[in-house]
Design a protein around this ligand. Structure first.
Ligand code: NAP
Ligand code: G4F
Length: 355
């Protein structure tokens, strides 16, 4: 039987890596894209321009909040696997657009599951669940599949709904439906307003002379940051098992926002000297004394998730999943990509600079 994947959120970070991964495995890949007033396909532009386009790679206009659209597309495409990656995925912004987040990140999962069920229910379903489910529940860190949920944002609450409705469809209708509970994963394709990418872009701009300083919110928040390319393989592996189940993907290595900032500056040979605390914390170039980092309360959230650290033991044992990029490798990859793209230096100049 031909493998046919349907990916929602194909224009996002994970959607683009997953598409490359599945095309390399011989899948037909169908992706849903929203209509924008400007083109929004930057991350998959290389695939659109490749020989795959309209042969093994197909795009369809759709919005995951539109159930009739989903129903028709599932009926037309007849996917063997559905990867539900679409979401309003920014935690901070979910406080600004809570109702829309509930629709796009929560209820839309029900709409897609229902479209699959009504159309026969015999394709495999991946739901992009998240470590934000655990939110404020830190006691059993590293968090794992059995850790209780305590979402701390409209985004987290919407994802809790999506998690449970996925489990519910698995149990009620015997559907092969899995939750991948993924801890933060990043890459050079990460959205510009997530903290890691915001940091690497800012440093590249500062070195290019087009930005003065980097302003951040909570620098003490700890995250378990992995590489997105590793995590999309985990999604696929979850759909390869005899029985559907839920799995954590994480690195079990935690770092604060401050540590990520230091590590990114270190990649370009700058050592940060920190002074002050909380809103008064500042980071200076140890050599020149120049102010490089400060704190702006604008980036604080009404409620914060302070500590996320994941235990991927179940995925490692049952799926044979293993991350290939560690924290240092991830920071280096992201910093190099932004230096080449933004600071306009060549790979050779970058290597020279790092010596
Ligand atoms: P992302 O880069 O923000 O991509 C989100 C995708 O969803 C984009 O393609 C976006 O389309 C699409 N989308 C948003 N609202 C939509 C709507 N109403 N209809 C159709 N498409 C819509 O997110 P990501 O980092 O790739 O993450 C993928 C999924 O994993 C998300 O569900 C996220 O919540 C979840 N997750 C991510 C992480 C992580 O660390 N990256 C960790 C755990 C879980 P546009 O391009 O048109 O905006
Ligand atoms: O990079 P972030 O915005 O990611 P966050 O909130 O952890 O959410 C990401 O990971 C989740 C998985 O755990 C996904 F489900 C979700 O879709 C998304 O991909 O923020 C990371 C931390 C937070 O504690 C935030 O308060 O960094 C802190 N932070 C400090 N200064 C900042 C900033 N975050 C952002 N975005 N911008 C800042 O200036």
């Amino acid at each position: 039987m031909k493998n046919v994947a349907l990916i929602t959120g194909i224009t996002g970070q994970d959607g683009s890596y997953l598409t490359e991964f599945l095309l390399a495995k011989g899948y037909d890949v169908h992706g849903l894209v929203r209509r924008h007033s400007t083109l929004n396909t930057e991350r998959i532009e290389h695939i659109i321009r490749s020989d795959y386009h309209k042969v093994k790679f197909f795009l369809h206009f759709a919005d995951v909040t539109d159930s009739s659209n989903l129903m028709r597309l599932v009926a037309d495409i007849r996917p063997t696997e559905v990867y539900n990656l679409a979401a309003q995925s920014h935690v901070g912004i979910s406080f600004e657009v809570p109702e829309y987040t509930a629709e796009a990140t929560g209820v839309s999962t029900l709409k897609l599951l229902e479209a699959v069920r009504v159309n026969g229910g015999n394709c495999r379903f991946y739901q992009a669940s998240t470590s934000e489910l655990y939110g404020g529940f830190e006691e059993t860190a590293p968090q794992h599949e059995k850790t209780p949920f305590y979402p701390k944002s409209p985004y987290g609450a919407a994802k809790v709904y999506s998690y449970w409705v996925t489990v519910n469809y698995r149990e009620s209708y015997d559907m092969y439906a899995c939750n991948g509970i993924l801890f933060n994963h990043e890459s050079p394709r990460r959205g510009e307003n997530f903290v890691t990418r915001k940091i690497t872009i800012a440093i590249a701009k500062m070195l290019a002379g087009t930005q003065e300083k980097l302003s951040l919110g909570n620098m003490n928040a700890m995250r378990d940051w992995g590489f997105a390319g590793d995590y999309v393989e985990g999604m696929w592996l979850m759909l390869r098992q005899d029985k559907a189940d839920d799995y954590v993907l994480a690195t079990n290595e935690g770092h604060t926002v401050r540590e990520f900032t230091e590590a990114a500056f270190a990649e370009v040979g700058i050592k940060i000297r920190w002074e002050g605390e909380g809103l008064l914390e500042k980071g200076y170039d140890q050599e020149s004394g120049k102010l490089l980092v400060d704190v702006n309360p604008e980036f604080y959230r009404p409620a914060e998730v302070e500590y996320l650290l994941g235990n991927p033991a179940k995925a490692e044992k049952e799926l044979g999943w293993k991350r290939t990029v560690d924290f240092k490798g991830l920071v280096a990859m992201m910093m190099e990509a932004d230096m080449l793209a933004i600071a306009g230096i060549t790979p050779t100049e970058y290597k020279e600079r790092k010596k």
